[in-house]
Design a protein. Structure first.
Length: 231
């Protein structure tokens, strides 16, 4: 009986997928465009408790940064649904194309920042070289975890204790900063002096390349953010 009930449930879910309307990413009402340039389109995603997105297409590769601990059912078109448990700040790469429904079965909002890679077709063949594509760097008051390199883009998660400083680093290319926690930070840019910055969880900021700086957590709470460095 249990196997029969499970089969019926899967059949019902797959039938519902087949009937669900399909929309493009920019027409899915839970995806809110917050930043766009020739490199990326950044969406802040929020799905209320016990709510589903529409079946929507991802035509470009994308990276998503999870905000808060969450559990979501990922229903990819023509595939069985899969339950995914995600931690705060967890960052993943998803290759296109595919369509799916994200179903929030929990009592908390499902939130993330979805970064669509506009030039993914060319970046897949990028010859950009990074010293490391996966590592944990430690320094007084913080860590940088290099998560992966995909489409020539290097993703890193930074954690800074109050007063902690990321050592001076030179950005050759542009990069995107995504605030996982609320941030009060100071960027000391070589040749320009200190630049304070305040970010709410989920905020994103696009930054140009060809400069060196340090980053200090000036708040009284730990800071967490993700950077995507482009070649």
């Amino acid at each position: 009986m249990k196997r029969h009930a499970l089969f019926c449930l899967l059949a019902t879910l797959l039938a519902a997928q087949a009937l669900a309307p399909e929309v493009e990413l920019n027409a899915e009402p839970h995806h809110h465009l917050t930043l766009e340039n020739k490199y990326v389109r950044v969406y802040n995603v929020e799905v209320p408790p016990h709510t589903d997105t529409l079946m929507h297409w991802h035509r470009h590769d994308y990276i998503y940064v999870t905000l808060g601990i969450t559990e979501v059912v990922n229903e990819v078109k023509d595939k069985p649904p899969a339950t995914i448990k995600l931690q705060d700040g967890e960052t993943h790469f998803s290759p296109a194309p595919f369509a799916h429904i994200a179903s929030n079965r929990s009592d908390q909002p499902f939130r993330n920042v979805t970064i669509e890679i506009v030039d993914d077709e060319n970046l897949r063949h990028s010859t950009a070289h990074w010293d490391e594509d996966r590592a944990l760097e430690t320094f007084p008051g913080g860590t940088q975890q290099i998560l992966f390199v995909k489409d020539g883009i290097r993703a890193s998660e930074f954690k800074l204790q109050p007063g902690g400083t990321v050592p001076k680093y030179h950005h050759t290319g542009p990069h995107l900063l995504v605030a996982v926690s609320d941030l009060d930070i100071r960027s000391d840019v070589e040749g320009m002096g200190p630049m304070p910055g305040h970010f709410k969880s989920g905020d994103s900021k696009w930054l140009p390349g060809n400069y060196s700086h340090t980053i200090t957590n000036t708040a009284t709470k730990p800071a967490k953010f993700v950077t995507l460095e482009f070649p």
